[in-house]
Design a protein around this ligand. Structure first.
Ligand code: SR1
Ligand code: MG
Length: 419
């Protein structure tokens, strides 16, 4: 299929089109005509097939030339598959074992064949079900620290980093989605927005909130201008697959050079939304332990991220920033520690801001999340969402004055109880 004109796969055409691709056929096994193919994509953008044969199953992900959620009225370039492939190969190198194995990439068909993760499920679904995953804080804290540190000028030879910066700079259309959907559209009545009707008064209040709108635009400015490292770009709980013993990050098609704090803020925002949504899934106080677990995951994720980032700072700071010749080589270890603590503080402050606007866009914008959407009673949904919106506003606007997760988790608990 290499070099041929793009054609979207179907369950019927996939065996005949991928049968000749040895990397897929040998792994799946048996006659392609006997393969069992299912389309399971439930994301906003792409086709995802599970292909099962005599020997094994493989996942085939294919980009479509438009946004699946909206339809062909919103064209979207196929090259996002190219960025996803290149991000996955870099993430595997920087955080081994954290992403699915790649078997085959076909650029003209915008198609990636990769490891079928089983019995994994999407983390978001597990959290909605009330499942407590024992590994996510550790695994995702390490994933973020390793990929974000090792993709930056703190670690990489700067020639290589600049080449990657140029490569990923072409992921314009996906950045444009985030720039509009996360930072701008939630704060005015943009045409594709929607929200639970009971939230009308609060939505009007937020859209008239000058401090919030200024902060959202400052964050957008950071997102667009702070090309610090290769970020995943869409690191929410729908981009993670889990079992009790394994955690894998998927779907980095939004990857680009952006702020270290972006991935961290987006992930923690999705844990906070999982927290606020629990009341809507609750039967007779059954989610009390789950709420405590989610707040603990947030604290532990940040602690693991910070500790691993500091370890890499001390042992792998080989890039052109904060060069050892200025610090350790002159016996000034404290100078390097001071610089590290300033950098971590900056990531902390920006992370809170990104988390706040991510919460807002999932309730006010186009792309909602299942945590809230699966709460059928709109009154109950609105009360969960309302608490989350107020929390998001607080952490975005006051991010420079917040000193600990304990402090804001306490606020989350009060808002969740309607206090
Ligand atoms: C039009 S795409 C909407 C959202 O889906 C993706 O998963 C990203 O989160 C994007 O913002
Ligand atoms: Mg995705």
């Amino acid at each position: 299929m290499h070099g041929s004109t793009f054609q979207a796969l179907t369950v019927e055409t996939l065996p005949q089109r991928l049968g000749p691709v040895a990397a897929v056929a040998e792994r799946v096994g048996g006659q392609p005509s006997a393969w069992k193919v299912r389309e399971v994509g439930d994301g906003n953008l792409n086709l995802v097939f599970i292909v099962e044969g005599e020997k094994a199953a493989v996942v085939v992900k294919q980009a479509l030339p438009y946004v699946r959620l909206v339809g062909d009225s919103w064209p979207l370039p196929l090259k996002r598959s190219f960025f996803e492939y290149h991000a996955l190969t870099r993430q595997e190198k920087r955080a081994p074992g954290s992403v699915p194995a790649i078997y085959h990439f076909d650029e003209s068909q915008a198609l990636i064949a990769m490891e079928y993760l089983s019995p994994h499920i999407i983390l978001r679904r597990a959290l909605i079900q009330g499942r407590q995953l024992p590994r996510i804080a550790e695994d995702l804290g390490l994933f973020m620290a390793r990929t974000l540190f090792r993709g930056s000028d703190l670690h990489m030879p700067t020639r290589e980093r600049k080449a990657d910066l140029a490569l990923f700079a072409d992921n314009t259309e996906l950045c444009d989605i985030t720039e509009n959907l996360v930072f701008t559209d939630p704060y005015f009545a943009a045409p594709m927005n929607r929200h639970t009707p009971e939230l009308d008064p609060l939505v009007a209040e937020l859209r008239a909130d000058r401090n919030l709108k200024v902060e959202a635009q400052k964050l957008k400015h950071l997102f667009a201008a702070k090309a610090e490292t290769l970020v995943h770009g869409d690191l929410h709980t729908g981009s993670v697959m889990v079992t009790d013993g394994d955690t894998r990050v998927i779907d980095p098609e939004f990857a680009f050079y952006g702020p270290i704090a972006f991935d961290v803020g987006m992930l923690l925002a999705n844990y906070w939304m999982a927290f606020f949504s629990q009341r809507g899934h609750e039967e007779q106080g059954s989610r009390e332990a789950m709420r405590a677990y989610l707040l603990q995951v947030i604290e532990e994720t940040w602690a693991v991220f910070r500790a691993e980032f500091a370890r890499l700072w001390r042992t792998e700071r080989t890039g052109m920033l904060y060069h050892r010749s200025l610090y350790e080589d002159q016996g000034d270890t404290l100078g390097a520690e001071q610089a590290l603590s300033h950098l971590i503080h900056e990531v902390w402050t920006d992370m809170l801001g990104f988390a706040g606007v991510e919460i807002h866009r999932r309730i006010l914008g186009l792309a909602h999340n299942a945590d809230f959407e699966t709460i059928e009673d709109t009154g109950s949904r609105a009360s969960c969402e309302g608490a989350a919106l107020k929390f998001g506003r607080h952490i975005a606007v006051n991010r420079r004055h917040i000193h600990s997760l304990a402090e804001i988790n306490h606020l989350a608990q009060s808002l969740d109880k309607g206090l």
